[in-house]
Design a protein around this ligand. Structure first.
Ligand SMILES: [Zn+2]
Length: 328
């Protein structure tokens, strides 16, 4: 069933009494009604150049404004061409620097920015313990301890930076406030993972930027604070939104990218999938190509209780991208 028995202790710590919809309705600044929102405003996000294109995770019926993760075929081709170019660039650099080898294991420094409206829990003031648990979830997920492939990556918390600023709350995807927030707060080089936590616009659980050759101040991941382990986001409060968004930050697409045709998510060992899977539809099979849909993969849209793995192909893609884009 895709459960992670070794994480049950953590899971039962969830407080899940408040539904996410309720949670969102209490912090409604900037949240637009889903019906009208679908036809509004997507263009501005999609019109951004691919190097700052962000990728999100949504709940069913959520993602009102736009699904910023749904890259077009042209956008994925552009990203794949850029990856190839970045690899060539790095190979030349390493040759010139005298046998500098590519990293095989990586410890990623993590800076967490807690964006708060005020000092209340509803205003974003989550305890440090939830952040520590999120880092543990990242380390378990990326090590393969939850049942998937082992990846090269581990995570080390450097700083928790608490910021009270009502004008940045909720965090609105694609807004000038998001740009202002990140420009003010982002720290470290391309290898530093900046995580921004808070209430989010448009029912989004999170979004992330893909890696770029030149460090962009927008670089980082944004995660709904109540999606952290022990949070109030029912069905999405075991920390897998964080894992999903970091997957994007390390260059992974969604498992349903490209649907049933073409190169899909550019990973050979994730079965093709026509569209996002929600909840936990065991046995779902939406493409004629071999294999049932990868609903237990972190890069799908299923419940946290359903997703527990990266594949070896995804691990390889992330390490390649690390050495192309983020390694020193
Ligand atoms: Zn996503």
């Amino acid at each position: 069933m895709g459960l992670r028995p070794n994480l049950l202790t953590r899971r039962t710590a969830g407080v899940a009494s408040t539904t996410l919809a309720l949670l969102l309705s209490t912090a409604a600044v900037g949240v637009v009604p889903a019906a009208s929102a679908f036809s509004a405003a997507p263009a501005e996000v999609c019109a951004e150049p691919a190097d700052v294109h962000s990728d999100a995770r949504v709940k069913p019926g959520g993602g009102a404004k736009h699904e910023p993760n749904e890259l077009t075929l042209a956008e994925t081709r552009e990203r794949e061409a850029d990856l190839a170019a970045a690899l060539r660039e790095r190979a030349r650099f390493r040759a010139g620097a005298g046998a500098v080898t590519a990293a095989a294991t990586v410890t990623i420094p993590v800076v967490v920015h807690v964006i708060q409206e005020d000092s209340t829990r509803a205003g974003g003031n989550i305890p440090d313990s939830m952040i520590s648990s999120q880092i543990s979830v990242l380390n378990q997920s990326f090590s393969g301890a939850t049942g998937g492939a082992s990846t090269a990556f581990s995570f080390q918390l450097q700083t928790i930076n608490r910021v009270t600023n009502p004008s940045w709350y909720p965090i609105v995807q694609g807004s000038s406030a998001e740009r202002s927030m990140k420009t003010s707060l982002r720290t470290g080089g391309k290898n530093t993972l900046n995580i921004y936590l808070g209430e989010l616009s448009d029912s989004l659980l999170g979004w992330a930027t893909f890696p770029t050759r030149k460090l962009n101040s927008m670089d980082g991941v944004v995660v709904l604070s109540e999606s952290l382990p022990g949070g109030t986001a029912a069905n999405y409060n075991q920390g897998d939104t964080g894992t999903h968004e970091v997957g994007h930050w390390l260059n992974l697409y969604h498992t349903f990218q490209g649907g049933c045709s073409g190169s899909g998510d550019s990973v050979s060992d994730t079965a093709a999938e026509a569209s996002p899977a929600y909840q936990c539809p065991t046995g779902r099979d939406t493409c004629t190509a071999p294999g049932t849909d990868p609903i237990t993969n972190f890069m799908d849209y299923t419940y946290d209780s359903c997703m527990h793995q990266f594949t070896a192909g995804q691990a390889s893609r992330m390490l390649t991208a690390w050495n192309a884009y983020r390694a020193a």
